[in-house]
Write a protein that binds this ligand. Structure first.
Ligand SMILES: Cc1ncc(COP(=O)(O)O)c(C=O)c1O
Length: 341
């Protein structure tokens, strides 16, 4: 059930009709893209003896990885506890429970590290009470990156040589893992990272974020900073426009990360020669976003339906230049932890 997902050609209105990009539809996995790292990480931890038969898996997740862990827990017979926050959509909370996982909800954000840090603190607390429990740590575990080798090989078989890869960045796992393998076939392949405004990953200050899946309020070590040629920050209204336009014109759509990636991949297609093979990863499908991205009341309430996005992103020379509030790109990619020493 996991892997061998299809690719779909996306063209107008994201690009002119003679150009476009290939979307890798990871929503075709039973839980979404993160079924791949969840299965792989559990298999590796079992093989190394870090995860004992029947031991509990405890992880912090905003949803997709939780669905993958619930699948891996079912396959390999491990109880699963998923620490999440009130931003997790009710449909995902209920489905995770239905799939047999225990959902543990934190109620207050950490004053500096936001919901993500609050979730990680809660994971540490739960781990301290269960000496056999295993923590996958998707933000820092290199098995999260390695898990994407099959996806990269699928892309190579489906598209031939890939010239440009567009990926959203949360833990950094799929961008790092896919780029590493595809560059064995094409060392000149360009990698574009897509983040949300208000995310710290690429050196912007943390602020409250509407978009989930991509972005972070911490600095995940699985982000392969050196692998990126440029980064784009996208705002929620721009992602909503792209999600709804994808749905209306291509039937295939998804959530915040899909919209943001489609917006940027369409821009890349418009700005590179015809024949450039561009692959963009769509991490999930649209269903869980029926009450956010696809809900007019929710979108109006958050001012997300006011206008179409600009045809070009703004450009900054350095991530520290100023705080970005709308679609912006930057060709200087820095690791904020390294800069901070
Ligand atoms: C829906 C969605 N999109 C994008 C991402 C980012 O992927 P990665 O963690 O591999 O950087 C995630 C990660 O949780 C996700 O759930």
């Amino acid at each position: 059930m996991v892997g061998h997902t299809p690719v779909l050609w996306i063209s107008t209105p994201f690009s002119s009709s003679d150009r476009g990009f290939w979307a890798k539809l990871e929503g075709f996995n039973p839980g979404g893209m993160k079924d791949r790292p969840a299965m792989h990480m559990v298999e590796r931890a079992r093989a190394r003896g870090e995860l004992q038969p029947g031991a509990r898996i405890i992880e912090s997740t905003s949803g997709t990885f939780g669905l993958g862990l619930a699948l891996a827990g079912t396959m390999y017979r491990h109880p699963v506890t998923l620490v999440t926050d009130p931003g997790m959509e009710p449909i995902i909370q209920r489905m995770l429970s239905a799939f047999g996982a225990y959902v543990d909800l934190v109620t207050e954000p950490h004053p500096a590290g936001g919901w993500q840090q609050a979730r990680r603190d809660r994971v540490a607390e739960l781990l301290s009470h269960d000496e056999h429990a295993w923590y996958p740590d998707q933000y820092n575990n290199p098995d999260n990156v390695d898990a994407y080798q099959p996806l990269a090989l699928e892309l190579n078989a489906q598209l031939g040589q890939v010239d440009m890869l567009v990926c959203s960045v949360g833990t950094g796992g799929h961008s790092a893992g896919i780029a590493r393998v595809l560059r064995q076939f094409n060392p000149d392949m360009r990698l574009i990272g897509v983040d949300t405004i208000g995310s710290t990953i690429f050196g912007q200050p943390a602020s409250s974020r509407l978009m989930r899946g991509l972005g972070s309020s911490i600095y995940p070590r699985n982000v392969d900073y050196a692998a990126f040629d440029e980064v784009h920050w996208v705002a929620p209204a721009e992602a909503v426009w792209a999600c709804r336009t994808l749905a209306a014109t291509h039937y295939a759509s998804g959530g915040w990360s899909v919209g943001a990636v489609a917006l940027v991949a369409g821009w890349a297609a418009r700005n590179h020669p015809r024949g450039t093979t561009i692959a963009a990863v769509f991490p999930d499908g649209p269903q869980r976003y029926f009450d956010t991205v696809y809900n007019d009341d929710y979108c109006r309430q958050h001012g997300l339906l006011d206008r179409d996005p600009p045809s070009e992103p703004a450009l900054i020379a350095h991530p520290g230049e100023h705080v970005v509030q709308s679609w912006t790109r930057c060709e200087t990619v820095i690791d904020p932890m390294e800069v901070a020493g």
